[in-house]
Design a binder for this molecule. Structure first.
Ligand code: BES
Ligand code: ZN
Length: 875
């Protein structure tokens, strides 16, 4: 379907496609600059579509070579072809076969959508609308077909030829140096799940037996000589498959499962049926080259893409408005997997930190949109933290409301009822409603109303009546296009603590126990009375972050200190410390010189508490970052003041807790061989958090400590952590360490990305020049998304330097966006979204940011991707 760059697509205008495509046969003749694609589509009118309709197929930068209908070459009057669409004007209204031939140039494809080449490897990316860059097709997720794919290529150039589904046959072609392979995928799928790979690859393989005894061969394909780096990913894959069988009853459904790692990829990874394609950053790992965070991400992303096999592939989306149906749900599933494989509380803390740091910011700015948007101009711009992370929170709330068993009943019904469907959020919710005999219509507002709900909570204790009363008001702030909001269903887990820090059993006004310590808000203002509360309790509210909301209370600072010490809920215990830190940081940024006594006391207590594990402590000891503080301040932001304030508080903590931090650092110094497991990673995380605070004292001995760690580290986590500490200070060791790092890893692009990033993050005015100089580094490339994000993307997220008072940070990003737009609009648009909080800046910076946004907006020939973000940025 052709659409003008400035025409919006609307959910309310959804119409089924007029035709069904039962089977698709694709024949690829792979050539670097001229790949020929022959597509044979077996079609028939859709009984649910309109009668007598033409066949309208999507295209993008395509050139039609030939076209036949039922074997007959069509005359020029019978069809209309352009680069972006192909229309068969009067097709017979019955079964028919279309044969379409196109020639495409994978080598010239810098958008990395459709068929492109990465390091000489042919590969595809079709989600969301990339298939139309390969052949003319109804490129929409509700058209499901069975695919058979024949790939022919030069034997030396592409010894491996892969596509979706099961291998059928593979042969050499006698008398030539070409060979071919045929693949068949029996599961009907939308075009966005199509994939093809061809190239020189190495692989590792391991057999897997599913719970019902089906034998599957798992393979991970990587660049030649990189197989040693794929073993952790293979291990994560096997664990994901087992977990999905056990926790969701989902079994794998093909004879092979293939993963291919490529080095030029717009996103993290893609769940193509039976042939996942990954950014190599999320596959390749060794202790020497990958950090604990890399390992954690690899595990989570391998799981995520694998889990899509059921939530995304077997059940796909009716249209792209339903993106959260697969993404939000699958993020929820990968978060649960990581919780089970690692530490549940620490996983929750990390997930909520990400949600608050990124999604709350998006929800509060001009790019705010509902979890299920109702209109879009460019779908690529809706793969957002709101769709993903808030989408996962909504599923988590469903589970909280329905309980473990009720949730599983709903999921079971969803898999049973919708297997093979292209479904909607309504379909999904109805399964939970039906399975639990519940009305979820008000809950559904989580999908349609944007903005983070705000709760105002007042607690009062009545000693005589022995009651504790919570008065709660909820408000959802206005967001672009949505001024008035309806009340939401908000599940709040809570606890009341007695003077000894023990949970008081929660009873309602009538003395009945409160199930799961859960109260559910559904009105603008509500009162909850708890009985049997003798003394004034401490209050722990929204335990486990049961709802993604902002809360203000009248509980006071003493309540926070108490929770930090005693709360039985680990998340809220962490959050109490976080809130204490935030109060001090905000006060300091506003000019207060008050030492952070309460925060230091809470951290000191935590260090003395032998029951808290290292990974948890590491979270407590990593303060909210500069952008979190900015978000809290909310308006007229001066990023320099925030930087200074944060440094000062870190300095104060380092000074106050110096002995204990040194002792802990030394105690955690391990001489065992590196292992990426969660416990060892937690030890390193805490040790490196200690190092960071110690270095903040400004003591040269502590800078030396960091340098020594850098020099002697036997793994990338510790080496990188030390380098990140050194990078914060303008000391000679910083440059020595940076030079040594470059020397050591100059031939490893994924590791050099860390080197680019650590420099782009330096909070000093010299960073702008440094970043510009690094764009000339031989390893840098503007068109490789990983390089781009590591240097320019990280700079755009450097609060004090992107927001330089002279506006040069904004200019650099604007120039980069404009320079990149014609080559890779998707990555350019994502970079541009760095401006999303521009209105919250102090007037001087705000004006400079606006000037750059205007400069972009006025540039002719913008891609739809960039045009969409820039125009919405003014909302
Ligand atoms: N389906 C997406 C990949 C994708 C994203 C394709 C955007 C086209 C446009 C995939 O399942 C995904 O969500 N990948 C994430 C990583 C995941 C762990 C959240 C990504 O690529 O960032
Ligand atoms: Zn996904």
């Amino acid at each position: 379907m052709f659409r003008e760059a400035d025409t919006a697509v609307r959910l309310s205008e959804y119409q089924p496609y007029d035709w069904l495509v039962d089977t698709v046969d694709l024949d690829f003749q792979l050539e670097p600059a001229a790949t020929r694609v022959r597509a044979t589509l077996a079609m028939r009118p859709n009984p649910k579509g309109r009668n007598q309709s033409p066949i309208v197929l999507d295209g993008d930068e395509l050139a039609l070579v030939s076209l036949r209908l039922d074997g007959r070459v069509l005359s020029a009057t019978e069809y209309e072809a352009s680069a972006s669409s192909l229309t068969i004007k009067n097709p017979p209204q019955g079964k028919l076969t279309l044969e379409i031939e196109t020639v495409i140039n994978p080598s010239a494809n810098t958008k990395l959508m459709g068929l492109f080449r990465s390091n000489k490897i042919y590969c595809t990316q079709c989600e969301a609308e990339g298939f139309r860059r390969i052949t003319y097709f109804p490129d929409r997720p509700d058209v499901l077909s069975v695919y058979t794919v024949r790939i022919e290529a030069d034997r030396d150039e592409a010894p491996f030829l892969l596509s979706n589904g099961n291998p059928v046959e593979a042969f050499g072609i006698p008398g030539s140096n070409r060979h071919y392979a045929i693949w068949h995928d029996p599961h009907p799928k939308p075009a966005y799940l199509f994939a093809l790979v061809g190239g020189k690859l190495d692989y590792i393989e391991e057999p897997f037996k599913t719970v019902s005894g089906r034998k599957v061969m798992l393979r991970i394909f990587v660049d030649p000589d990189k197989t040693q780096l794929a073993h952790y990913a293979m291990d994560a894959l096997k664990r994901s498959m087992r977990w999905d069988e056990k926790v969701f009853g989902c079994e794998y459904d093909l004879d092979v499962f293939h993963i291919v790692a490529v080095s030029d990829f717009n996103m993290g990874a893609m769940e193509n049926k039976g042939l996942n394609i990954f950014n190599d950053k999320y596959v390749l790992a060794s202790p020497e080259t990958a950090t604990d965070l890399d390992y954690e991400n690899i595990e989570a992303i391998i799981a995520h893409e694998y889990f899509h096999n059921w939530t995304g592939n077997r059940i796909t989306c009716r249209d792209w408005f339903q993106l959260c149906l697969k993404e939000g749900l699958t993020v929820f599933r990968d978060q649960e997997f990581s919780s089970d494989e690692r530490s549940r509380p620490v996983e929750r803390i990390g997930d909520v930190r990400r949600l608050k740091s990124f999604q709350f910011v998006e929800d509060a700015g001009p790019l705010a949109h509902p979890v299920r948007p109702e209109t879009y101009r460019e779908i690529n711009n809706f793969y957002t933290v709101t769709v993903y992370e808030k989408g996962a929170e909504v599923v988590r709330m469903l589970k909280t409301l329905l309980g473990e068993r009720g949730f599983r009943k709903g999921m079971d019904l969803y898999f049973k009822r919708h297997d093979g469907d292209a479904a909607t959020i309504e379909d999904f919710l109805k399964c939970f409603a039906d399975a639990n005999k519940q009305d979820l219509s008000q809950f559904a507002r989580w999908y349609s109303q944007a903005g983070t709900p705000e709760l105002a909570v007042r607690g009062t204790h009545d000693a005589k009546a022995r009651t504790y009363t919570l008065d709660i008001e909820q408000m959802v702030p206005p967001t672009p296009g949505q001024s008035a909001k309806q009340p939401m269903v908000i599940p709040l887990k809570l606890g009341l603590l007695d003077a000894k820090g023990r949970d008081i059993p929660l009873k309602d006004a009538k003395g009945n126990p409160v199930r799961d310590n859960l109260i559910v808000l559904d009105k603008p203002s509500q009162t909850f009375v708890f009985s049997g509360v003798k003394e004034k309790p401490a209050v722990s509210i929204n335990r486990g972050f049961s709802a993604p909301v902002k809360i203000s209370t009248n509980f006071g600072a003493a309540n926070l200190l108490f929770l930090a010490k005693y709360d039985s809920d680990p998340f809220n215990r962490y959050d109490a410390v976080e809130q204490l830190a935030m109060q001090q940081l905000v006060a300091s940024a506003r000019g207060s010189n008050e030492p952070p006594a309460a925060l230091i006391e809470a951290l000191d207590n935590a260090l003395d508490n032998s029951k808290l594990d290292d990974a948890f402590l590491a979270q407590l000891f990593s303060l909210p970052d500069e952008s979190d503080i900015a978000q809290q301040i909310g308006k007229n932001i001066d990023p320099d003041a925030i930087l200074v304030a944060r440094r000062k508080i870190k300095h104060d903590i380092g000074m106050a807790l110096k002995e204990k931090l040194v002792a802990r650092y030394q105690k955690l110094t391990s001489h065992r061989r590196y292992s990426p497991d969660a416990k060892s990673a937690g030890q390193r995380a805490l040790r490196n958090a200690c190092l960071d605070l110690l270095a903040a004292t400004g003591d040269t001995a502590e800078h030396k400590r960091a340098f020594t760690q850098f020099e002697h580290a036997d793994n990338m986590t510790d080496r990188m952590a030390a380098l990140a500490v050194l990078a914060q200070y303008a000391i000679p060791e910083r440059e020595t360490a940076l030079a040594a790092f470059e020397q050591r890893y100059r031939n490893d692009p994924l590791v050099l990305d860390k080197w680019f990033a650590v420099q782009a993050r330096i909070p000093e005015s010299g960073t702008l020049d440094r970043v510009e100089a690094l764009t000339k580094h031989p390893a840098f490339s503007m068109t490789n998304p990983n390089r781009m994000r590591s240097l320019i993307g990280v700079f755009a997220a450097n609060p004090s330097q992107f927001n330089r008072a002279d506006g040069k940070g904004y200019a650099l990003i604007a120039d980069t966006v404009l320079g990149l737009d014609s080559k890779n609009p998707q990555v350019a648009a994502r970079l541009l979204s760095a401006f999303k909080s521009w209105r919250t800046l102090e007037p001087g910076r705000r004006a400079l940011a606006e000037k750059e946004l205007n400069r972009i907006a006025q540039t002719p020939g913008l891609s739809p991707d960039v045009a969409d973000i820039v125009s919405r940025s003014f909302a």
